[in-house]
Design a protein around this ligand. Structure first.
Ligand SMILES: Cc1cc2nc3c(=O)[nH]c(=O)nc-3n(C[C@H](O)[C@H](O)[C@H](O)COP(=O)(O)OP(=O)(O)OC[C@H]3O[C@@H](n4cnc5c(N)ncnc54)[C@H](O)[C@@H]3O)c2cc1C
Length: 363
């Protein structure tokens, strides 16, 4: 082992978890409950990964990352229940608007899909905070894992300043980041090859805060699908209390790529101009325009999920354990990949794999 990694802190009988997103923290919680000792190494200076909230005044918080869940997403719903995080129906009352390429507006009867039925009271980040609260003392922030070495019956996970020895590693990070970890020996060649051939999608998520949800009084749901403009996919993101009013949406694809490096003032202008086109002058003076350029997050570099390139034909490879290394993260889920539910179920599945081989009591 190189000299600078010589300070090794053994995790006796335990597991080193890479990544403190929903997936890694769910796994860590279940491993601890199964009686194993765990260290979670998180690259960033905060927990939660793609789940994050920001305050918007009046005691409310809005999600700048994952937010919606659906009735079939058993894993995230059960976890939220256990952590005491309540949910409420996402606002879908009123007509949706379809803004066509030639500028005409069609009002269409509102509906909802099976993945965006509910939001969590106080935001989805409360689930991440709840998990982190139970893992106090086990999470090390600012600890990007650079290398995972198999040494006899142990693994050694190396960060820039520490080396953690454990009996198993559980890697719960998006595939493009897993591809950057050096595995010695390269026991997971097939998996690494797949990770290299994944990429993150670029989206900018914005929340625009108004004193009140003025569109509701006009019989509108706040949902817009537009064939023109740059801010084309919008919904009502007002908190359960009904104040302040919030419209949220994504800038995606070429528009996101073009605007990712634009100045904040330009981005704000683009967003508000498009909202005025859809909702009229009421939309012209928001209290705040909050946006998050997820591609610029050093340890996320994308948005909801990473996509496998064409030609990647073995989805199971992504979650098949290597020797002493197990895989979690939403991209490895059997269903609801790319969603918070997938992150939670994948974390549970990887924790069960490890508990089983280490003879611990899986839940
Ligand atoms: C804008 C946006 C909107 C979304 N909307 C929804 C939604 O409405 N509903 C829904 O269900 N889902 C949504 N999602 C997706 C959902 O948030 C994610 O699927 C889920 O949070 C992923 O969790 P994870 O633990 O698998 O990964 P992550 O949250 O990415 O966690 C991985 C963690 O690993 C860390 N890490 C990376 N590399 C290393 C390393 N080398 N060493 C140590 N740590 C490392 C990262 O910093 C991160 O904290 C959205 C996501 C975004 C960004």
């Amino acid at each position: 082992m190189p000299e600078r990694f010589s300070t090794s802190a053994p995790v006796d009988g335990g597991v080193v978890v890479v990544g403190a997103g929903l997936s890694g923290m769910t796994a860590a919680r279940e491993l601890i409950r199964a009686g194993l000792s765990v260290v979670v190494l998180e690259a960033d200076d905060r927990i939660g990964g793609r789940v994050r909230g920001v305050p918007i005044g009046e005691g409310e918080t809005v999600e700048i990352g994952g937010q919606y869940v659906g009735p079939d997403q058993d894993s995230i719903l059960a976890l939220a229940d256990e952590l005491g995080v309540g949910r409420y129906p996402a606002h879908m009352v009123g007509d949706h608007m379809h803004y066509t390429a030639n500028g005409s507006i069609m009002r269409i009867v509102g509906g909802r899909d099976r993945a965006s039925t509910y939001r969590f009271l106080g935001g989805a980040q409360r689930i991440a905070e709840g998990l982190a609260g139970e893992l106090a003392g086990s999470i090390r922030l600012n600890s990007p894992v650079r290398r995972i070495i198999r040494s006899g019956d142990e693994v050694i996970a190396q960060t820039d300043t520490a080396a953690i020895r454990a009996r198993r590693a559980l890697v719960a990070i998006p595939p493009p980041f897993a591809a950057e970890i050096e595995f010695i020996p390269d026991v997971v060649r097939e998996r690494a090859a797949l990770a290299v051939r994944s990429h993150s999608t670029t989206q900018i998520k914005a929340n625009i805060v108004y004193a009140r949800p003025f569109w509701r009084a006009n019989g509108l749901s706040g949902c817009v699908l537009s064939e023109q403009g740059q801010f084309r996919n919008i919904w009502d993101n007002t908190p359960a209390s009904g104040r302040p009013g919030v419209l949220a949406g994504f800038i995606t694809g070429d528009a996101a790529a073009a605007l990712d490096d634009a100045g904040d003032a330009q981005l704000r202008r683009v967003i508000v101009d498009d909202l005025v086109r859809y909702f009229g002058e009421d939309a012209a003076r928001p209290r705040e325009v909050l946006f998050h350029r997820w591609r610029q997050e050093p340890w996320i570099q994308g948005c909801s999920g990473s996509l496998a390139h064409l030609g990647v034909t073995h989805p199971r490879t992504i979650r098949r354990p290597g020797r002493l290394v197990h895989w979690a993260g939403t991209e490895t889920a059997e269903c609801w990949q790319g969603h918070m539910d997938g992150a939670v179920s994948a974390g549970s599945r990887a924790a069960r794999e490890i508990a089983l081989v280490l003879g611990a009591t899986a839940r």
